[in-house]
Design a binder for this molecule. Sequence first.
Ligand code: HEC
Length: 120
Amino acid sequence: MRFILLLFLTFTSIFALTSYEKGKQLYISSACYACHGHKLEGIHRYPYLANRAKGYMSYKLKHFRAKKADTQQQEMMIDFAIGLSDEDIDNLTTYFRDYVDEENGESYDDSYENYGDGGS
Ligand code: HEC
């Protein structure tokens, strides 16, 4: 009986993944972390993705998937976005938006960010 319960738990944990978990798995299996960081914190010139607006992140990924890039630097993303389905993008952007650091339970606070032209 215990074995069956264990089997049941294993199956439910495989098939009942949340969108967040699926996004996380895809993020890892697609090696997105190589540029955007294990904690979605960004590396060098590669932007951070943690806790960013789902709508905007989806827009960007679909833009790249359609082989559109606004700058030369962004062209790098086309190869990584091209194989993503709408569902993949949905899962990934849920993961970005809801990201919580598993070690300390923290999210990023990007309220300091300013938008617009930076006042120049
Ligand atoms: C080889 C490095 C590299 C890898 C790997 C990579 N990216 Fe990127 N990513 C970039 C660069 C460069 C940009 C564009 C930065 C800019 O706008 O100047 C970018 C931009 C983005 C953006 C838009 C962010 C913004 O601020 O506009 C998203 C979303 C994103 N990447 C998601 C992903 C996902 C999901 C994966 C994995 C499937 C991935 N990236 C893999 C380099 C990478």
